[in-house]
Each structure stands twice: as structure tokens, then as C-alpha cells.
Design a protein around this ligand. Structure first.
Ligand code: MG
Length: 379
């Protein structure tokens, strides 16, 4: 029996790699539904090549011409949600970016579907409602973020296994070696030149500021039910160790490979089995040295702000995510300087009054309010 996958966010960087895995193992996997925010040539091609039973676009608009026979196409919020809870799917692969991932994951959970989760915002903004919902529905959440997949592997796929510390590694991003005084001059192009990973624009900037690592701390807390004290971040510039778990007896297990999202993406679909992936065998003798050090707060103020939100919990990580999105988009447009990303996030958080994350509606409200506040600080 082939595993049936509904892929939410099929045209993004992760979505495209999910399709690579499906194409590599057609005898094991079948794409039954694909969904994306907006259409375009790539989505069109995915419809004709993959021939999913259902294809949905979130944005309203015209039906694309040339929907292949056997593919049902629909658009709008309702259609998108239908894909997120697609009846015949075994796994809902949530690879869409942004706050939309939260709603997508909740729809999948309500439909009692296994969720392969590559969307960060879901756990950052909504982890306090998503994890209890998944638990109540008896739904498995499979981590796809490379750090959280690494931890999952070190825990032998047992998310409830005891540990004394989760140690996330951070590459430091594209601007890690730029002198502090020069950071304000850095452009989007500079911040997007990530040394190790090839990803979308928003997340690549988040790697440079380490806001991404802050998000991942929150993700780890939610996925592994860990207090902030049990999550540590170390700088590791080679991106070979994807994260580690320390145990009570002093043993530390690490998961290593060349940086590629293919390993965590494929593993979420094949686990507990491991199949050949398109990743070169690790040649440690060639790498010769792996480096670790503590993060520098002066270089990464966004990371410090994120840790503060992680500590506060409630809807603060949700406000952090919203402010970050507004600030980074403004930076990518060339509207603000690199160093203003942290300033805008900080000012927005100062204006946010923490509330308990009790429902999706409340988080949606926080998200909207934080976006408006952040925008008010843009030049
Ligand atoms: Mg990651």
C-alpha cells in the first residue's frame, strides 16, 4: 500500500523536495492532494506531472487553463482547508510558510491525520494550542525542521523519551563573520548568501539574525515538552551536526550529515525505515574539524528577543513571529536596514501585552495586532 500524501505548500523549497522524494520512491508514495498559496507555472507543472486527485490554491482568482483530466481543482480558503484535511490522505505534509501553517496543521489534526510538520510558525505562534490538540486527537506530529528531526533521531523516534538537554546547533547565517559595525550596511543580497543551506528568502534572513534559531528553541520546547532551561543553542559553523541530545548519564548523541533538507523530509515519510537519499556519504576526514562556540548576543539581538518570548510564552512568540515577518519583508524590499529588523521587533514586543494562548482566534488577533504595530514603525 502506497502512503498517500497531501502536500500543503507544494511550490516552496520544502514542497519541491517532498515531490523529489515521492518521485524517487513512486512505489511507496502517492501525492493525492497539493495546495499552494498562489498558482503559477510551477503549480501548473506539478498538477500535470503528479496528477493529484485534488489541487487547491488558497488565493481567489481564475481557474488556471489546462487542469489535467482526473485532477479536481478548486481555490479559496475552503479549498485550501479541504486539502489540509484531505480524506484519503495518510499524511498531511505541512510545508507552507507563514501563519497559514497554523491553520493548516489544526485542520489536519482535527481530521485525525498524521502531520509532517515543516512549518515553524505553527509551533512558534501556536504550539501551546497545537500540541494539546494533537494529543487529544491522538495525532502524531513528525518534525521536519532539520534540528528537530535530528533530536527525534537521537531520541530513537520516541518523542516522549527522557533527556537532560536538547542542544540545537546554529550556523550563524550569512553575516556571521561581518564586523559588528558593518552589519547596518548589509543588504538583502548579503543576508541571503547562506554559507551552508539553500532555503527560502524569509528563513535565510532569519538565519542571519538567528531569529530562526529562537523560533527553533520554541519549537523544541513544544515538540519535546521541554522547559527553556533544557534547550541549549551552540554555534556550529560547519552545519554537519544538526542537533544533539544530552542524557542523564552524560552521554550526548548527535545526528550528522552534510546539510540537506532531504534527510529530514524523507525520514518524516519513511520512518522508522531509512532509505537511500540524495545526500553524499559524510567524509569526516575531509572536513577534519568541527567547531562549537556560544552565541554572541551583540551580533544576534533577535535571538535574545526570541528567548525572552520563549520564556514568557502565551501569545508572545506569536507576536514575535508576526513582527519578524513584517520587519524581514521590509528589509527584503530595501525599506529598512538590516539592524532595524531587531529594533522593529523589539518595539513591537514592548507594545504587546502578553495573553494566554487559548485559541486560534486569539492568536489570529495577536498576529494581526502585532503586524499593524510593526508596520507603524516602518519608515
Ligand atoms: Mg532548522
Amino acid at each position: 500500500m502506497r502512503k498517500k500524501i497531501a502536500l500543503i505548500g507544494s511550490t516552496g523549497s520544502i514542497g519541491r523536495q517532498v515531490i523529489n522524494v515521492v518521485n524517487r520512491y513512486p512505489e511507496r508514495f502517492e501525492l493525492v492532494a497539493i495546495a499552494a498559496n498562489t498558482g503559477g507555472e510551477l503549480f501548473q507543472r506539478q498538477m500535470s506531472e503528479q496528477k493529484p486527485a485534488f489541487a487547491a490554491l488558497r488565493a481567489e482568482g481564475e481557474t488556471p487553463c489546462g487542469v489535467p483530466a482526473g485532477v479536481r481543482f478548486a481555490r479559496g480558503e475552503g479549498a485550501f482547508e479541504e486539502a489540509c484535511a484531505y480524506p484519503s490522505a495518510d499524511v498531511i505534509f505541512v510545508a507552507v510558510t507563514g501563519f497559514a501553517g497554523l491553520k493548516a496543521a489544526l485542520s489536519a489534526i482535527n481530521a485525525k491525520k498524521v502531520v509532517a510538520l515543516a512549518n515553524k510558525e505553527c509551533l512558534v505562534a501556536g504550539g501551546e494550542i497545537v500540541m494539546p490538540a494533537a494529543k487529544a486527537a491522538g495525532v502524531k506530529i513528525l518534525p521536519v525542521d532539520s534540528e528537530h528531526s535530528a533530536i527525534w533521531q537521537c531520541l530513537a523516534f520516541d518523542r516522549g523519551a527522557p533527556f537532560s538537554k536538547l542542544i540545537l546547533t546554529a550556523s550563524g547565517g550569512a553575516l556571521r563573520d561581518v564586523p559588528l559595525g558593518k552589519l547596518s550596511e548589509m543588504t538583502a543580497k548579503d543576508a541571503l548568501a547562506h554559507p551552508n543551506w539553500d532555503m527560502g528568502a524569509k528563513i535565510t534572513v532569519d538565519c542571519a539574525t538567528m531569529l530562526n534559531k529562537g523560533f527553533e528553541v520554541v519549537e523544541a520546547m513544544r515538540l519535546y515538552d521541554a522547559p527553556l532551561e533544557k534547550v541549549e543553542v551552540v554555534m556550529h559553523r560547519e552545519s554537519i551536526v544538526h542537533s544533539m541530545v544530552a542524557f542523564e548519564d552524560g552521554a550526548v548523541l548527535a545526528q550528522m550529515s552534510y546539510p540537506s533538507m532531504e534527510v529530514p523530509i524523507q525520514l518524516a515519510l519513511t520512518y522508522p525505515e531509512r532509505l537511500r537519499a540524495n545526500v553524499a556519504p559524510l567524509d569526516l576526514a575531509k572536513i577534519s574539524a568541527l567547531h562549537f562556540s556560544a552565541p554572541d548576543p551583540a551580533r544576534y539581538p533577535c535571538f535574545t528577543l526570541a528567548l525572552e518570548c520563549a520564556k514568557q510564552g502565551g501569545d508572545m512568540p506569536c507576536a514575535l513571529n508576526a513582527a519578524g515577518e513584517v520587519a524581514v519583508q521590509a528589509f527584503l524590499r530595501g525599506q529598512i536596514k538590516y539592524t532595524q529588523i531587531a529594533e522593529i521587533i523589539e518595539k513591537t514586543l514592548q507594545k504587546t501585552v502578553r495573553r494566554k494562548a487559548e485559541s486560534y482566534a486569539l492568536l489570529e488577533e495577536t498576529d494581526g495586532a502585532a503586524r499593524r504595530t510593526a508596520r507603524s514603525f516602518l519608515p
